[in-house]
Design a protein around this ligand. Structure first.
Ligand SMILES: *[C@@H]1O[C@H](CO)[C@@H](O)[C@H](O)[C@H]1NC(C)=O
Ligand SMILES: *[C@@H]1O[C@H](CO)[C@@H](O)[C@H](O)[C@H]1NC(C)=O
Ligand SMILES: *[C@@H]1O[C@H](CO)[C@@H](O)[C@H](O)[C@H]1NC(C)=O
Ligand SMILES: *[C@@H]1O[C@H](CO)[C@@H](O)[C@H](O)[C@H]1NC(C)=O
Ligand SMILES: *[C@@H]1O[C@H](CO)[C@@H](O)[C@H](O)[C@H]1NC(C)=O
Ligand SMILES: *[C@@H]1O[C@H](CO)[C@@H](O)[C@H](O)[C@H]1NC(C)=O
Ligand SMILES: *[C@@H]1O[C@H](CO)[C@@H](O)[C@H](O)[C@H]1NC(C)=O
Ligand SMILES: *[C@@H]1O[C@H](CO)[C@@H](O)[C@H](O)[C@H]1NC(C)=O
Ligand SMILES: *[C@@H]1O[C@H](CO)[C@@H](O)[C@H](O)[C@H]1NC(C)=O
Length: 455
C-alpha cells in the first residue's frame, strides 16, 4: 500500500505538468457540471410564501413574501417579476406594496373594477418612495433582493393581494399554479405551491403570537444552464515574479464584430457621450467597452508580494459595462489558501463551506457606502482589495500557478479563466520541483469531492 502511494507520488513528481493539467481538467469539468446545480451553494433557493391573513366575502387577503435564501446570488435593479396562473376564475381586487404589469380584460365588471383580471398575472415590486397608503411592511424595494450572506435583513420583500372570486375557506381555496420568477431574465424554475404549517407572527411588543389562516410555499432554484447567458465575466492574472500579464481569454464573452459598428463602445472615440445612453437606469442588455474579451466585468488577480510567513494578493474588479451600476456586487473565490486568510482590506469576507471539510472558498463583497457600488464603465468603474494569506509550509508554493484562484464567480456567474498553460511561470519554474506532492494530492481530492458532489 505504502509502495503504491509512493509510486503515485513519484508519478506526480515526474509528470507534474501533466498532473497540473489533469487538476485543471478536473476543475473545468466541475465548471460544466455546476451549470444545473451549484456545488458552492447546494441549498440555495428563493422561497415565495403566501400567508392568508383573512377571508373576505368572495375570497381572501394574502401577504406574499419572497425570501432570497441564496448565499451569494442576489437580484438587482431592475428587479424581480413574479407570475402565476390562477386555478379558477380568481381576480385581484387590489394590491399593496406591488402591482400587476397589466390589468387585463375586466369588462365583465360593473362598479368596482378589479386591479387585475388576467388568468396569469405578473407582479412587480413598487419603487422606494411609494406613498405610504400603498405600502405594507417590508415592501417597495424596486424588486431588489440582497443575498442571504450579504444582508438577510434586506433579502426579503412582501406585497399584499386581495383576491376575489376565490375560495373562502381552507377547503375551497385553490393554490395558484405555474409560478414563474424572473430576475428579470430567465434562470429560475419554481416548483408547485405546497400547503405548509401556517406561519406564526410575533407582535412588536413580543407579548402575543398570531398566525396565518393558511400558508403555502413555492420554492424556486437557479440554474445558469437555464439562464443560457453568455459569460458575463472573465479573469486576468499577473504576478511580481514574472512581468507577463495574462489577459482574459480572447472572445471570452463574445467577439468584436467589426462589420457592426456600435456593438461596443470605444472609450477613445470623440463622441462617446452620444453613443452611451444616459438613462440613469440599469439595463440588462450590456453595452460594453470594446475589448478583446468583450466581458462586462473583469476580475484581475495579482500576486503582489512574498514575505517570510505571508504572501499578498491584490484583487481588482473592473466594470466594462456602460449599462450597469452593479449594486451589492459580490465575488466568490476558490483558492486552497483561504483556510488561512489573515487579513482582507476594504472588502467584506465570509468563508463558504458547503462541504465542511474543505475551507477553500470565500465570498467577498463591498463595504456599505464605500465600495458596494461598482459604477458603470467610464465612471470610476473599479473596486479593489488586498488579501494577506498565511503560508502553510506543507502546501504553499509559487510554482505551477498554485497562487492563482481555482475559480471565481461574479454575482453568482462563473468567470472565464485563462487557460492554465498560459499562467505566469516562476523564472526557470519547470526545473524546480518544490511543489509538494501532498498538496497536489489534497487539491486533487478536493476537486474529486466536488465532482462527487454532483452525483
Ligand atoms: C431553501 O433554502 C433554505 C435555507 O437555505 C433551506 O432551509 C430550505 O430547505 C430550502 N428549501 C428547499 C426546498 O430546498
Ligand atoms: C415556508 O417558507 C418559510 C419562509 O421562506 C420558511 O420559513 C418555512 O420553513 C417554509 N416551510 C416549509 C415547510 O418549507
Ligand atoms: C382547515 O381548517 C380546519 C379547521 O377549520 C383544520 O382542521 C384543517 O387542518 C385545515 N386544513 C388545511 C389544509 O389547512
Ligand atoms: C402548468 O404546469 C403544469 C404542471 O404543473 C404543466 O403541465 C402545464 O403545461 C403548465 N402550463 C403552462 C401554461 O405553462
Ligand atoms: C457581424 O454583424 C453582421 C451584421 O449585423 C452579421 O451579419 C454577422 O453575422 C456578425 N458576425 C459575427 C461573427 O457575429
Ligand atoms: C450609474 O450611477 C451614476 C451615478 O449615480 C449615474 O450617473 C448613471 O446614470 C448610472 N448609470 C446607470 C446605467 O444606471
Ligand atoms: C475558514 O478559514 C478562515 C480563515 O482562516 C476562518 O476565518 C474560518 O473560520 C474558517 N471556516 C471554517 C468553517 O472552518
Ligand atoms: C494556518 O497556517 C499555520 C502556519 O502554517 C498552520 O499552523 C495552521 O494550521 C493553518 N491553519 C489552517 C486553518 O489551516
Ligand atoms: C513568464 O511566464 C510566461 C508564461 O505566461 C513564460 O512564457 C515566461 O517565460 C515567464 N518569464 C520568465 C522570466 O520566466
Amino acid at each position: 500500500m505504502a509502495n503504491l502511494f509512493l509510486f503515485i507520488a513519484r508519478s506526480f513528481f515526474n509528470l507534474s505538468s501533466f498532473s497540473f493539467l489533469l487538476l485543471f481538467l478536473l476543475s473545468f469539468s466541475s465548471f460544466t457540471a455546476t451549470e444545473a446545480y451549484d456545488p458552492l451553494d447546494p441549498n440555495g433557493n428563493i422561497t415565495i410564501k403566501w400567508d392568508i391573513m383573512s377571508w373576505t366575502a368572495d375570497g381572501y387577503v394574502a401577504v406574499v413574501t419572497i425570501f432570497n435564501f441564496q448565499q451569494y446570488r442576489h437580484i438587482q435593479a431592475p428587479g424581480w417579476t413574479l407570475g402565476w396562473k390562477w386555478s379558477k376564475k380568481e381576480v385581484i381586487w387590489s394590491m399593496m406594496g406591488g402591482q400587476t404589469t397589466e390589468q387585463g380584460d375586466c369588462s365583465r365588471f360593473k362598479g368596482n373594477i378589479p386591479h387585475c383580471c388576467k388568468k396569469d398575472p405578473t407582479v412587480v415590486d413598487l419603487l422606494p418612495g411609494t406613498p405610504y397608503n400603498q405600502q405594507i411592511a417590508n415592501c417597495c424595494k424596486g424588486g431588489v433582493l440582497n443575498s442571504w450572506v450579504q444582508d438577510p435583513a434586506t433579502a426579503g420583500s412582501s406585497f399584499q393581494v386581495s383576491v376575489g372570486q376565490a375560495g373562502t375557506t381552507n377547503k375551497t381555496v385553490r393554490v395558484p399554479k405555474n409560478f414563474t420568477l424572473k430576475a428579470p431574465g430567465p434562470g429560475y424554475t419554481c416548483g408547485p405551491a405546497k400547503i405548509v404549517k401556517p406561519s406564526r407572527f410575533v407582535t412588536a411588543d413580543k407579548r402575543r403570537v398570531t398566525q396565518a389562516l393558511m400558508t403555502w410555499n413555492v420554492t424556486c432554484t437557479y440554474s445558469q444552464f437555464l439562464a443560457q447567458k453568455t459569460p458575463t465575466c472573465c479573469v486576468s492574472l499577473s504576478s511580481f515574479y514574472n512581468e507577463t500579464i495574462v489577459p482574459c481569454p480572447q472572445c471570452a464573452c463574445g467577439c468584436q464584430n467589426t462589420s457592426q459598428p456600435g456593438s461596443c463602445v470605444d472609450p477613445k472615440a470623440p463622441h462617446i457621450a452620444s453613443v452611451v445612453p444616459s438613462t440613469g437606469k440599469n439595463n440588462y442588455a450590456p453595452l460594453v467597452q470594446c475589448t478583446s474579451h468583450m466581458c462586462p466585468v473583469r476580475v484581475h488577480w495579482h500576486v503582489k508580494q512574498n514575505y517570510k510567513e505571508y504572501w499578498r494578493v491584490k484583487v481588482t474588479i473592473t466594470n466594462f459595462n456602460y449599462n450597469m451600476n452593479y449594486t451589492q456586487w459580490n465575488l466568490v473565490v476558490q483558492h486552497p489558501n483561504f483556510d488561512n486568510l489573515t487579513q482582507i482590506f476594504s472588502f467584506n469576507y465570509k468563508s463558504l463551506t458547503p462541504y465542511t471539510a474543505i475551507n477553500d472558498t470565500a465570498m467577498l463583497w463591498g463595504v456599505k457606502f464605500y465600495n458596494d457600488l461598482l459604477s458603470q464603465a467610464g465612471q470610476l468603474g473599479n473596486v479593489q482589495s488586498e488579501l494577506l494569506f498565511r503560508k502553510d509550509r506543507a502546501t504553499f508554493t509559487f510554482e505551477k500557478g498554485w497562487a492563482f484562484p481555482r475559480r471565481i464567480y461574479f454575482n453568482g456567474d462563473n468567470c472565464v479563466m485563462p487557460p492554465p498553460d498560459t499562467y505566469p511561470w516562476l523564472p526557470n519554474g519547470s526545473s524546480h520541483q518544490l511543489i509538494s506532492t501532498l498538496s497536489l494530492l489534497t487539491t486533487l481530492l478536493a476537486a474529486m469531492a466536488f465532482l462527487l458532489g454532483y452525483a
